[in-house]
Ligand binder design. Structure first.
Ligand code: ATP
Length: 357
């Protein structure tokens, strides 16, 4: 059974008249890797700082293992934080920085030596033990900050965009290491990023935030395959988001063309948002699909070609392993299961989300 480790209950936080979190609630379970994902300024770091105790909510409470820790200072929370801006001690060398927390908690010299070695290996900085902090690059400093947090084996590790300064290969290695640590050490992670790929790769649960609210919370698969609104669909992966009219159950009109779909219960002749992923559009010869169009843009981006196809007055983003040159006449089809129908935003909050998209 899942045990809840951290609970944020009805948190509201404003900086002057800027309401960053509005009645925000979140439960993080033991040994879960949870990622807060959202555009810049949506309140991810503020949430993390409230969990870590570096910021106080205006109202609402924070619980850790069922105990109210809202007023407990950061150093008494069993929670370690690695911030975007790494706060290393400039007067200590790399090894001393990593050892700092262990020394404070009175660990033996042998234990500390062992752990420093482990931490350095973990972040690929073996041989850097005696280096001065100022002699390191930004990415190297960030890795020292990670090692310093990890060697303390906290129950919860808060990570605020910790991999941003690293190159792709190292970032992938660190992602793998973080997942391994979660599995082997049982650490619970709360991770902040605006990089959706990072969120989908590592997380058990992704929390998509915007405008102080949780837009959707779920497994990476749920978030990607079943986005609850146009904001989430647009933010996670590439999407075609287009106006449609739900004619009746399982029938939607898009760009004056009727498409069978699987959704029901939207009423008749109701305006809806329709989401179709670029990889779900099937390209064929003109006249052989549901809609004809013309390729207006084509680039090779590694595994597949990314094309724009003008059809029905809409520029469709299409990903395909077969390339069609610019100017080619094609047809497009989509199977009913790959058409996602969403209600148009209606409430004030949803209207705000819509404007942001
Ligand atoms: N100490 C502060 N004083 C005033 N405003 C603040 C403070 N901290 C954060 N804010 C504001 O609160 C909002 C949310 O900031 P926050 O750092 O939580 O966002 P974020 O989602 O982490 O963004 P980013 O991805 O850019 O780091 C922003 O508008 C920011 O300017």
């Amino acid at each position: 059974m899942k045990t809840s480790l951290i609970e944020l209950k009805n948190i509201t936080k404003a900086f002057e008249d800027n309401v960053v979190l509005d009645d925000f609630s979140l439960t993080v379970n033991q040994n879960e890797f949870i990622t807060l994902l959202g555009p810049s300024g949506c309140g991810k770091t503020t949430t993390l700082r409230i969990v870590g105790g570096f910021e106080s909510p205006d109202s609402g409470r924070v619980f850790f293992e069922g105990k109210d820790i809202t007023d407990v200072p950061p150093n008494k929370r069993h929670i370690n934080t690695v911030f975007q801006k790494y706060a290393l001690f400039p007067h200590m060398n790399v090894g001393q920085n990593i050892a700092f927390g262990l020394e404070i908690s009175g660990k033996s010299d042998a234990y500390i030596k062992d752990k420093v070695r482990y931490g350095l290996k973990l972040v690929n900085l073996e041989g850097f033990q005696n280096r001065k902090i100022e002699s390191l690059s930004g990415g190297q400093q960030q890795r020292v900050a990670m090692a310093r947090a990890i060697v303390n084996e906290p129950k919860v590790l808060l990570l605020d965009e910790p991999l941003g300064a690293l190159d792709l290969k190292l970032r992938q290695d660190m992602e793998y290491e973080l997942i391994r640590m979660k599995n082997e050490l049982g650490i619970t992670f709360i991770y902040v990023t605006h990089d959706q790929e990072e969120a989908l790769t590592m997380s058990d649960k992704v929390v998509v935030m915007n405008g102080g609210y949780i837009q959707q919370m779920g497994t990476p698969e749920e978030i990607y395959n079943e986005p609850e609104n146009a904001f989430v669909a647009d933010f996670i992966g590439d999407s075609n988001i287009i106006d449609g009219i739900m004619m009746e159950d399982r029938v939607v009109k898009i760009c004056d063309t009727i498409f069978p779909c699987v959704d029901e219960g939207f009423g008749t002749k109701k305006p809806v948002d329709v989401v179709i992923r670029p990889e779900d559009l099937i390209i064929g010869k003109p006249g052989q699909g549901q809609m004809d169009g013309e390729v207006i843009h084509n680039v090779f981006i590694g595994v597949h070609y990314e094309m724009e196809i003008l059809a029905g007055g809409f520029e469709w983003l299409v990903q395909n392993t077969v390339s069609y040159p610019v100017g080619a006449k094609v047809s497009m089809s989509v199977i009913p299961e790959n058409i996602q129908i969403m209600h148009k935003p209606q409430t004030k909050e949803e209207e705000a989300i819509d404007t942001d998209v």
